[in-house]
Write a protein that binds this ligand. Structure first.
Ligand SMILES: Nc1ncnc2c1ncn2[C@@H]1O[C@H](COP(=O)(O)OP(=O)(O)OP(=O)(O)O)[C@@H](O)[C@H]1O
Ligand SMILES: [Mg+2]
Length: 265
């Protein structure tokens, strides 16, 4: 069943943290990777997970990152979200040089600027669904408690799980937990939503509805970057970027873009 999502930006765009160094102007891209390399140093030697990645993503749209296990997909997302830093190269998101953020500045930037959705949901088990969605708002502390409550309710309603708000996450189905996690990711109204195999733990029908939801968020103006092993993701994505051995080996329009009017879904 398709869920209809209507998102209104509730807050002004967050100010860039002062620790961020703006990169030279480079067009209208929301996200820019320039010659990004990531090397993991391990006891048995170095592991080159990304080898000179260049990528530019515009504002709005659904971008799928695909590729075999070990090709560097999660590494790319960790760098995009400032969870980790590249060994070389530059990453810019909405004018912020995220490769230059240290751990503290990265966490502060992430809170307002990126929503992250995980394969295993990573909801806090001791908090209710409603409290899980409220938490990022409380951490950011941008608006009064009453507004936070209203926004959390609105998000859960849009995800179709408002009636689950007072349950603990373990009392929800996998699909409902992932919808809660998406609501949480949207709590601070970030322009960028990043999901690493969000359907990897769901049955195929539930997976489809979660991907449809991400599609609707992209239609509502979010930039959604999703790592997935779903074979027919091109049907929903505007763009499919394929990684192999740490390199982008193809970057193509999704099939919906190839159909006149782009309304194949
Ligand atoms: N923390 C780490 N330390 C050392 N090597 C790592 C680390 N994280 C990832 N790697 C290596 O980097 C490469 C890319 O890993 P990454 O997790 O990005 O792959 P992936 O495409 O997300 O794979 P999967 O589809 O299995 O999730 C792999 O060879 C992996 O073993
Ligand atoms: Mg991965």
């Amino acid at each position: 069943m398709k869920q209809s999502v209507h998102l209104q930006p509730c807050f002004p765009a967050p100010a860039a943290p002062s620790a961020a160094t703006p990169l030279p102007a480079g067009g209208e891209a929301l996200v820019r990777f320039h010659a990004v390399t990531k090397r993991y140093d391990t006891a048995t030697g170095g592991e080159l997970a990304l080898r000179g990645v260049d990528l530019a993503l515009p504002t709005g749209g659904l971008v799928a990152i695909v590729g075999k296990s070990g090709s560097g997909k999660s590494t790319l997302l960790n760098l995009l979200t400032a969870v980790d830093r590249p060994s070389d190269g530059e990453i810019e998101v909405a004018g912020v040089a995220v490769h230059a953020l240290d751990e503290t500045a990265g966490a502060r930037w992430r809170r307002a600027s990126v929503g992250i959705v995980f394969q295993f949901f990573q909801l806090l088990p001791a908090l209710t669904v409603r409290e899980n969605v409220l938490l990022p708002m409380a951490l950011l502390g941008r608006e009064p408690v009453q507004q936070r409550e209203a926004r959390a309710h609105g998000l859960l309603d849009r995800m179709g799980i408002a009636d689950q708000a007072h349950k603990l996450p373990t009392a929800l189905s996998g699909g409902q937990q992932q919808r809660c996690a998406i609501a949480r990711a949207l709590a601070n109204d970030p322009p960028l939503l990043v999901a690493d195999e969000p359907t990897g733990n769901l049955d195929s029908r539930t997976a489809e509805s979660v991907l449809e939801l991400l599609r609707q968020l992209a239609d509502a103006g979010k930039t959604v970057v999703v790592v997935t092993h779903e074979r027919d993701i091109g049907r929903l994505a505007d763009r499919v970027v394929t990684l192999a051995d740490g390199r982008i080996v193809s970057d193509e329009a999704g099939t919906r873009q190839l159909i006149a009017g782009g309304t194949s879904v």
